[in-house]
Design a protein around this ligand. Structure first.
Ligand code: NI
Length: 171
């Protein structure tokens, strides 16, 4: 497996709508495995393919705590079928926005349909951290970041600081 480089915002690929995956073949399975390894190495709980520079509808998630057994989820072409009217607020972060966190309001529960790593269609109803993570990662496939929920002023401050951080990377 390969550790993939994470794309840091702002970057056009993080703003693009990702393309549907036609079928789950060896290439897609390898990519999902590499994404999972990358996510674990970077201590994330979710990762979407655009974050590793691939504009396809692929997501990996594992919301288990570090002292619990791993519960990896591989989602191909995930779509939200239903969102509960009840909402919840969580302090969110993102591997593409290192060291930034913000309180984001999302649906408390969601039902999601996706194709799994074995090319089977699955429906899950999720709550808690998994529901938040599903919404955050599926947003990535639409070119949406958590900072897009903030005021334009707050968002531009964060993105300006990240741009400065990126321009200093090679020094
Ligand atoms: Ni993210």
């Amino acid at each position: 497996m390969t550790h993939l480089p994470i794309i840091i915002a702002p970057d056009p690929i993080l703003k693009a709508k990702a393309k549907p995956v036609a079928r789950v073949d060896a290439r897609v399975r390898q990519l999902l495995d590499d994404m999972l390894e990358t996510m674990y190495a970077d201590r994330g709980i979710g990762l979407a393919a655009p974050q590793v520079g691939i504009s396809e509808r692929l997501v990996v998630i594992d919301t288990a705590h570090e002292d619990e057994p791993a519960t990896p989820l591989f989602l191909v072409n995930p779509e939200i079928l239903w969102r509960s009217p009840e909402t919840t607020i969580c302090n969110e972060g993102c591997l593409s926005l290192p060291e930034y966190f913000a309180d984001i309001t999302r649906a408390e529960q969601v039902r999601v349909r996706y194709t799994d790593r074995d090319d089977k269609t699955q429906d899950i109803t999720a709550d808690g951290m998994l529901a938040i993570c599903l919404q955050h990662e599926i947003d990535h496939l639409e070119g949406k970041l958590f900072v897009d929920y903030l005021s334009p002023m707050k968002r531009s401050i964060i993105l300006r600081k990240l741009r400065r951080f990126k321009s200093g990377e090679g020094k």
